[in-house]
Design a protein around this ligand. Structure first.
Ligand code: PLP
Length: 425
């Protein structure tokens, strides 16, 4: 669709800008203080898990299949917690560890161990000169921060509607031995909300890396976060690996952070038996044993994958109207202008928005001036550098519906005004 502002003559464009400036002034006068930046569940959502807090009391039996949750031991996590995580991941519980409250923390420690001690008997990454990580972009900024912190070069890879551009991924991974990993959020990706197609998952499983110590970091953070209809389907990467006759290629991560309580959830990971043996050995020097009391509360509350799905339906009832409002407001205000596109996810926490080239920073800054905080422009790219300055991550879950509606009204005015000014420049 052509850009409506480009189709205007000078006088029309001037009038449109004057009208939008007036709308912006009116919004500024409201002195709003709204936040669409945070990918956090709303208080209504975290309240859904409060009953979990009543399940353990001073009278409770704190044992789990013969393991005492109230003492050291069982470094791979409680048996029932491993079973629950394995069911969610669709893998054998023998290859699962449940540890800590943050999956990002597990990802960090796996990167750190590869950096200092190496993977599979290969030299530590720190002793191999320049090493690189592929970063499908737009993506999750905290992934990029982990690798950047170790001086690993983050290389952006374009995202398509089906997942990362696998021709680009294959070229890097199969031709360049300094490429050691790739960050992936395969389901309801942060921030696009897309789910990798079966073809993309199979292409990952069929990669023949130039580096023996290359691994795919498969962060399945949102695998149970469907809020619309049947939701998406993600092919199990470990089934695809088996089909491809591959192993020692994937570390998969997940957590209940946005199922129960962010920062107090239950984090887990899986990989091949050989990779898990190495991770267990590494973690043994970092941790004595995990938060088993929290794990016990989680399994007594959530029970099994069916219990998680039932709980997530309650989240969906709260989250779905917010995403519907984003779609409604953006469509009503922007669909006919030809200045922006955005994603239409069935799950996850974000909508990814693209304005005209060179607009994102200006939109975020104008929205801030009008009282609406957004994720900083560029955050979805390695080093915060969005080459075309188009992408903005919208996080609609935390504000109330009323606040979200106001924030979106501000956002669309900012998008229109910046887009019109870009044409006038
Ligand atoms: N992975 C992704 C893709 C996320 O979006 C987030 C949080 O927003 C996390 C991981 C963080 O998970 P945790 O709290 O388990 O570290």
């Amino acid at each position: 669709m052509p850009n409506a502002y480009e189709a205007m003559n000078d006088a029309e464009l001037k009038a449109a800008i004057a009208d939008l400036e007036k709308q912006a002034d009116d919004l500024r006068a409201l002195d709003l203080k709204l936040d669409m930046a945070r990918g956090k569940p709303s208080p209504q959502q975290t309240a859904l898990s409060r009953p979990m807090l009543d399940l353990l009391t001073s009278e409770s039996d704190l044992s789990d299949e013969g393991v005492a949750a109230d003492n050291y031991g069982c470094p791979e996590g409680l048996p029932s917690a491993r079973r629950l995580a394995a069911e969610l991941l669709g893998v054998d519980e023998k290859n699962v560890i449940v540890n800590g409250s943050s999956s990002l923390n597990l990802m960090h420690d796996v990167v750190c161990n590869a950096y200092t001690h190496g993977i599979g008997g290969n030299k530590p990454w720190s002793q191999q000169g320049k090493v690189k990580f592929l970063c499908p972009a737009p993506g999750y900024d905290r992934h990029f921060t982990v690798t950047a912190r170790y001086g690993i070069e983050n290389v952006p890879v374009p995202m398509t509607a089906e997942g990362p551009d696998m021709d680009v991924v294959r070229r890097y991974v199969e031709e360049d031995p300094s490429v050691k990993g790739i960050w992936c959020v395969p389901m309801y990706a942060n921030p696009t909300g897309i789910t990798y197609s079966d073809e993309v998952v199979r292409a990952f499983a069929h990669l023949k890396p130039a580096a023996p110590d290359f691994r795919i970091f498969w962060d399945n953070a949102y695998c149970v976060h469907t809020f619309k209809g049947e939701g998406d389907h993600l092919l199990n990467i470990f089934d695809a690996l088996e089909e491809a006759g591959a192993s020692d290629l994937v570390y998969e991560f997940g957590s209940t952070a946005k199922v129960t309580f962010p920062s107090s959830g239950m984090a887990y990971m899986t990989a091949s038996p050989a990779d898990m043996a190495e991770v267990r050995a590494a973690f043994a020097s970092m941790r004595v044993s995990p938060e088993k009391i929290s794990q016990l509360a989680h399994v007594r509350f959530l029970k099994d994958a069916a219990g998680v799905r039932a709980h997530m339906e309650k989240h969906a009832a709260i989250v779905a109207p917010r995403f519907a409002l984003v779609e409604e407001k953006l469509t009503a205000s922007l669909a006919d202008l030809g200045v922006a596109t955005w994603t239409h996810p069935c799950g996850g926490y974000f909508v990814s928005f693209d304005g005209p080239e060179g607009s994102a920073k200006a939109i975020v800054s104008l929205a801030a001036e009008l009282g609406v905080k957004l994720t900083p422009a560029g955050a979805t790219w390695p080093y915060g550098k969005d080459p075309k300055d188009t992408n903005i991550r919208i996080a609609p879950t935390f504000p109330t519906l009323e606040e979200l509606g106001q924030a979106l009204d501000v956002f669309v005015v900012a998008v229109k005004l910046v887009s019109a000014r870009l044409v006038a420049e």
